[in-house]
Design a protein around this ligand. Structure first.
Ligand SMILES: Nc1ncnc2c1ncn2[C@@H]1O[C@H](COP(=O)(O)OP(=O)(O)OP(=O)(O)O)[C@@H](O)[C@H]1O
Length: 696
């Protein structure tokens, strides 16, 4: 069955935005060596839109700056002062040098030395060098501290945003994920270095204008900046473009695939299947098929100009100041200063660097501003609808109702996973009733929608269409956090947190996460206490501790004491799959201790448990039935299915049969078929099984 229909207005909206995007952007495809390059020109981009983007980002930037200042005021002030200094450093240095050179030039031409003036100029230059070195030191010593404070601050902000997300929002691959603290810090650096470069260009231009008077006219300064201007604007760098590039050369892709046979992971197959000669001959074939197509770096290939004309022209522009200088020397030799000429040449070179940095920094600035916008937590709205009603409703909380558990009603519920491109729904037109306090078992083949149904019952996802009622009220009317608090999920994914085993169990009931007595009792109920008792650190064992260490120059000597130190840091503890499931089960028993649980969803938590462990778990769970509705997903037919008030049998996302065990067996349909496949081997003799057509 097809996915639920999008509403007309939604479809129209998405078509409109598509058309808008089509008219706004044009794509140019080209082949560069092994690369397919698709460059997107944003034709609608102009100074106005750029200015608008900057204006929109200003409040966010100011909030970020205020946060950074609050997190590290001293370091932030130092950082800002250093950036300002970098903006004017070159101009001041050249001004001081120019003054000194002028005095030397004057002394040489007039043969009278201004000793005092020279000494002052020299002292100024030395002082400036000391100041520059000191600022450099301040900057390098302040940045790591500032960076770590800002990162921690941003990490907390980002963690809050991420941990607030519901499952569809965090899983939906098409949705934008919040930035990392690395990206955020990078955007701060990009924006600040762009501003510094702008400041630097202004100060250099001011200096050049001032110096140009000593070379006759501002024309000389203009000639000096012609080359850097033209050269930075005529760069064909790919960095400034928006593009997607991918390798589409089949022989090259084949070569890369074959190279993977040498990394060791396939060595067993290489040896046992005798693949060596085949891999080498196939690699040769692919290499010949590749021919002369360039495999060089995309940026290198794109940076290469087709003809040398542009390079020669810019080079000639660099000669213009010399032409001017020669003419000036001939026409009026007294007005010309060689010192200014040298300084202006130097200033022009530096200006070229700054202009290039600015032109490539425009894209950096854009992406920095975009990252700033992504830092805004209000961009990440949860998909699951949150209601205002508390659960359970206190006024109606009669003792009787409280003891019975959650009641569910589904009316024509369909569901497709966000971003899924499957042609069929994971749940399709499901209608069901689960009475408060019932024990329900869901059975069905792989992929039939059992876990999905559990997830929708637990409000981890909202249905794509249809209605759900909990205790006779629309599910969406309740506060989601209340419903989650009233639900205990024990799933097939035995996730162990990178924390101690005690915390792994205690977090079932976060308010009492460190209550050792409760934790030990929950561990006993979950069947985990015996194996935890055998671990050296017991409940304090951490299975996946955070370890970051490396060694250098010791790997060739395993007897070296440093090697032993390294090995002791790297030590990890692991437990079996069944033991993991016991820890996760213990977490669920801990959850029951909150006294708030009214619905228990159990999704095949015993696949790795031995028979005794499974029996202990199910008995323990059933002992907690009072006041709770329990829904089990299982592939094993046994006591549970016989005890169940209702068995839901699913196929291809739909409920095909529902009822008690005897009722479903008498139907002789899907349930009876699944049951018989498991029960037959216990009933038939050895000869009957070998003759039977039932798969083993
Ligand atoms: N996160 C997901 N994203 C996209 N599709 C999914 C996702 N999880 C499950 N599906 C698809 O939804 C359908 C139902 O899956 P579900 O996990 O509910 O089946 P199941 O009956 O629990 O299977 P099993 O017995 O193997 O655990 C399947 O077709 C599956 O491929």
């Amino acid at each position: 069955m097809a996915k639920p229909q999008q509403s007309v207005s939604e479809e129209q909206k998405s078509n409109e935005s598509k058309n808008e995007a089509d008219t706004k952007f044009t794509l140019h495809e080209s082949q560069v060596g092994i690369w397919k390059l698709v460059v997107g020109n944003n034709v609608a981009t102009n100074l106005f839109t750029e200015a608008k983007a900057v204006k929109e980002a200003v409040p966010l930037f100011l909030v970020l700056v205020a946060n950074i200042y609050a997190a590290a005021p001293y370091q932030f002030l130092m950082f800002t002062l250093c950036q300002l200094w970098y903006g004017i450093e070159d101009a001041i240095q050249m001004h001081i040098s120019s003054t000194l050179l002028h005095k030397i030039e004057l002394g040489l031409s007039t043969k009278t030395v201004d000793v005092n003036g020279l000494a002052w100029s020299l002292a100024a230059r030395v002082c400036f060098s000391v100041l520059a070195a000191y600022t450099q030191w301040c900057s390098t010593s302040v940045i790591p501290g500032l960076e770590s404070r800002i990162r921690s601050h941003l990490d907390i902000m980002i963690m809050e945003t991420k941990l607030k997300m519901d499952i569809p929002t965090s899983q939906n691959a098409n949705k934008e994920q919040p930035v990392s603290s690395d990206e955020a810090w990078c955007s701060v650096k990009r924006i600040s270095s762009f501003s510094t470069e702008m400041f630097r260009v202004v100060s250099q231009l001011a200096l050049m204008y001032k110096l140009s008077h000593t070379t006759g006219s501002p024309l000389f300064a203009l000639l000096c900046i012609t080359k850097p201007m033209v050269s930075s604007l005529s760069q064909t760098s790919l960095w400034r473009k928006r593009f997607v590039a991918y390798v589409n050369n089949e022989p090259y892709k084949r070569m890369k695939a074959l190279e993977e046979f040498t990394d060791g992971s396939f060595q067993q197959d290489v040896v046992s299947y005798g693949l060596r000669d085949w891999v080498i001959s196939q690699y040769r074939q692919a290499f010949y098929a590749l021919g002369n197509v360039s495999v060089a770096n995309l940026f290198e290939q794109c940076g290469q100009r087709q003809t040398p004309i542009a390079d020669i022209a810019t080079c000639l522009l660099g000669e213009l100041p010399f032409v001017y200088c020669t003419i000036q020397t001939i026409v009026s030799p007294s007005r010309f200063s060689v010192a200014s000429f040298a300084i202006l040449q130097d200033a022009a070179e530096r200006l070229r660097d700054s202009l290039e940095a600015i032109s490539s920094g425009v894209e950096d600035l854009r992406s920095g501003l975009a990252i700033l916008k992504r830092l805004d937590p209000s961009r990440y709205q949860n998909v699951i609808k949150d209601g205002a009603m508390p659960y359970p409703i206190l006024e109606e909380k009669s003792e009787k109702q409280e003891q019975k558990g959650m009641q569910f009603e589904f009316r024509s519920v369909s569901f497709a996973y966000p971003g899924s491109d499957k042609k069929t729904n994971a749940l399709d037109d499901v209608s069901l009733n689960i009475n408060a306090g019932d024990l329900v078992v869901i059975v069905g083949a792989n992929g039939s929608g059992k876990s999905t149904l559990i997830r929708i019952l637990s409000r981890l996802y909202d249905p794509s269409s249809g209605e759900i009622f909990i205790d006779k009220r629309p599910a969406a009317a309740y506060q989601v956090t209340d419903l989650h608090r009233a639900t205990a999920i024990l799933s097939q994914d035995s996730l162990i947190y990178p924390l101690s085993l005690a915390e792994n169990i205690g977090l079932g009931h976060p308010a009492c996460f460190d209550n050792q007595a409760m934790i030990e009792e929950a561990a006993r109920d979950g069947g985990a206490s015996e194996f935890i008792g055998k671990l050296a650190k017991g409940f304090e064992t951490t299975l996946r501790p955070f370890v970051e260490c490396f060694h250098h120059n010791i790997s060739d000597n395993k007897e070296h004491p440093l090697w032993k130190t390294y090995e002791s840091i790297e030590q990890t503890v692991d437990i079996s799959g069944g033991e993991r499931q016991r820890v996760v089960a213990a977490r669920t028993f801990m959850r029951f201790k909150s006294g708030l649980v009214h619905f228990v969803a159990v999704d095949e938590p015993s696949s790795a448990l031995d028979a005794d462990g499974e029996l202990h778990l199910f008995k323990g769970l059933l002992a907690q039935r009072e006041g709770k509705t329990m829904v089990f997903v299982t592939h094993r037919f046994g006591h549970l299915t016989k005890l169940a008030d209702q068995i839901i049998c699913m196929k291809d996302g739909s409920i095909v049969e529902a009822g008690r065990h005897d009722e479903l067996m008498s139907l002789n349909g899907e349930y009876a078929n699944l049951y018989n496949i498991q029960a037959t081997p216990f009933k038939e003799s050895r000869d009957e099984i070998s003759r039977s057509s039932t798969p083993l």
